[in-house]
Ligand binder design. Structure first.
Ligand code: DGT
Ligand code: MG
Length: 242
């Protein structure tokens, strides 16, 4: 079997219930542990939809998704949530404390582990400044923290769960360039054995990815490294220069 955490799409087609045309057509790729797979493409291309199939928010209409070589449909909810952490495009916090939000996928995590996750996510500073720190209250939807702080707390939540597969949906967009750079440098070590799939808007943030998939109208129109795509893909060149 492929290593745990490996994500394989085999000819996956998906259409939303009731919609006429599929949103994803014949998607095939493998995301391996120890590698970063980036997905790039214009708005509405299907990037979020593709990521959402992995934790089974929806099931593929055709084709198959395998995790560590096992059909996704045969894995239980618990197995999926223990092995896959997703930072959604609109990161969500629950009413409760910062600690309870971070322990969402890691009930057993010690306070030390939570601080470690916060440090990596560049969120330890503002949490330390809040009254009550880990026990400080988060309002429903996280409206009492900024968008960038919410994003970093959701990244820390994903890290605390120590999954085999990480899904980041445009998770760095609310961060300033310097925080973004620090966070990515800090992510290298804790994610080094995991399969990392990252949806990006800015090419500058994914030039180091092991493979980049260029999604256009629900199809993978090109794939390769940054250098390869600069040579081979007009769509990619357009994204780079836009
Ligand atoms: P983004 O985040 O603006 O860069 O766009 P993507 O690439 O994440 O696109 P995505 O996957 O959100 O949407 C792809 C297509 O699917 C787009 O035509 C809108 C449609 N769509 C998205 N979510 C839903 C949904 O919940 N129901 C239906 N019927 N269509 C949806
Ligand atoms: Mg999206």
């Amino acid at each position: 079997l492929p290593a745990p955490g490996t994500v394989e799409f085999k000819n996956v087609t998906f259409g939303y219930p009731g919609a006429e045309a599929p949103v994803l057509s014949d998607i095939s790729f493998t995301a391996k542990p120890g590698q970063t797979t980036a997905i790039i493409g214009s708005t509405g291309a299907g990037k979020t939809t593709l990521l959402n199939l992995i934790p089974r928010l929806y099931d593929a209409t055709e084709g198959e998704i395998l995790i560590g070589g096992l059909p996704l449909r045969e894995l239980g909810r618990e197995t999926i949530s223990q092995n896959i952490s997703s930072v959604p495009q609109r990161p969500y916090l629950f009413s409760g404390t910062i600690a309870s939000n971070l322990r969402f996928g890691a009930q057993e995590a010690e306070e030390e582990d939570l601080w470690e996750a916060l440090r990596i996510a560049q969120a330890d500073g503002f949490v330390a400044e809040r009254e009550g720190q880990l026990e400080s209250k988060i309002s429903q939807g996280g409206t009492n923290v900024s968008g960038g702080q919410r994003q970093r707390l959701c990244i820390a939540r994903a890290l605390a769960a120590k999954p085999k597969t990480y899904l980041f949906d445009d998770s760095f967009s609310a961060l300033d360039v310097s925080t973004d750079a620090k966070l990515r440098a800090a992510l290298v070590e804790p994610t080094k054995d995991a399969a990392v799939i990252i949806v990006a808007q800015r090419v500058s943030t994914i030039t180091e990815a092991d493979q980049i998939l260029v999604l256009d109208h629900g199809e993978i129109v090109a794939r390769g490294t940054h250098e390869e795509l600069l040579e081979s893909s007009e769509t990619y060149q357009e994204i780079v220069t836009s």
